[in-house]
Design a protein around this ligand. Structure first.
Ligand code: FPP
Length: 243
């Protein structure tokens, strides 16, 4: 099913996704957790493919949180390898589909090979405009706010910013997401009702959709259903309903 952007003004322009449930999907089938993550990459490909048809211009994916380092070394190493492989394997297709890719999160803890691949993909896709895909790796909302606060404090210390000038725009501009509009919709898969430190500043007025399916089972059809459901909601941003 295709959600026609032109026929519904409320179709979310920026969709952010907490891709949860890969591990459970795998273990409930007697498979290793990494198999679930691999299946999750296939779903990333599907969602990226259909976003332009569904009127979604910005897609932001939570791939690895600042808390995910606490997982087993095998899983962490496997996930990092998966990110590298995705970048290497997908670059040509992303260019053909005119997808611009950017990464958010603290890169300093990532290994140099991965950081180099991330930067090269950002540079290679910088002129693309069909879909803006942002991947959060070693991302945590509180960590992002901490780093933004440090950056603002440095500007004050350098004398280039007066504390009285700090407003909401200053904060937004110092976040990793400074180049993005706020998400209209945050989707979380696998039936969990938590936001888990994902875009806390940016999602203040976002709609949320919690779906039962685990991420490896998240099909374009489910995506279309969620978008249709959300399109019918009225977003008021603190105002009263339109008469
Ligand atoms: C959450 O499921 C998922 C992750 C921590 C990893 C998400 C990564 C991918 C889908 C792969 C690659 C992504 C890109 C953009 C290339 P979980 O492991 O927390 O599942 P569980 O709650 O069932 O344990």
């Amino acid at each position: 099913m295709v959600v026609d952007k032109k026929s519904n003004l409320n179709t979310p322009l920026h969709v952010a996704v907490i891709m949860d449930g890969n591990g459970r999907w795998a273990t409930s089938r007697g498979l290793q957790r990494l198999i679930g993550h691999r299946r999750g990459v296939d779903r990333v490909r599907d969602v990226v493919r259909v976003c332009p048809d569904y009127g979604v211009k910005y897609l932001t994916l939570f791939a690895f949180s600042t808390e995910n380092w606490k997982r087993s070394e095998e899983e962490v190493v496997g996930l990092m390898r998966l990110f590298k492989r995705y970048i290497q394997a997908e670059a040509t297709k992303l260019m053909a589909d005119k997808v611009r890719v950017r990464f958010i999160g603290d890169r300093t803890r990532l290994d140099k090979d991965l950081r180099d691949l991330m930067l090269a993909l950002e540079q290679q896709t910088a002129e693309n405009d069909h879909l803006h895909m942002t991947v959060a790796i070693n991302y945590g909302g509180r960590d992002e706010l901490k780093r933004a606060t440090q950056a603002i404090a440095r500007q004050v210390q350098a004398g280039t910013l007066d504390p009285s000038e700090i407003d909401e725009v200053t904060i937004s501009q110092n976040l990793d997401t400074s180049f993005l509009p706020d998400p209209d919709l945050v989707i979380r898969t696998s039936g969990e009702f938590r936001t888990s430190n994902f875009l806390p500043w940016q999602s203040t007025y976002s709609e949320y959709a919690f779906v039962q399916e685990e991420w490896p089972d998240f099909t374009p059809g489910i995506f279309a259903r969620v978008l249709e459901d959300v399109s019918s909601r009225e977003r008021r941003f603190g105002r009263v309903a339109a008469q």
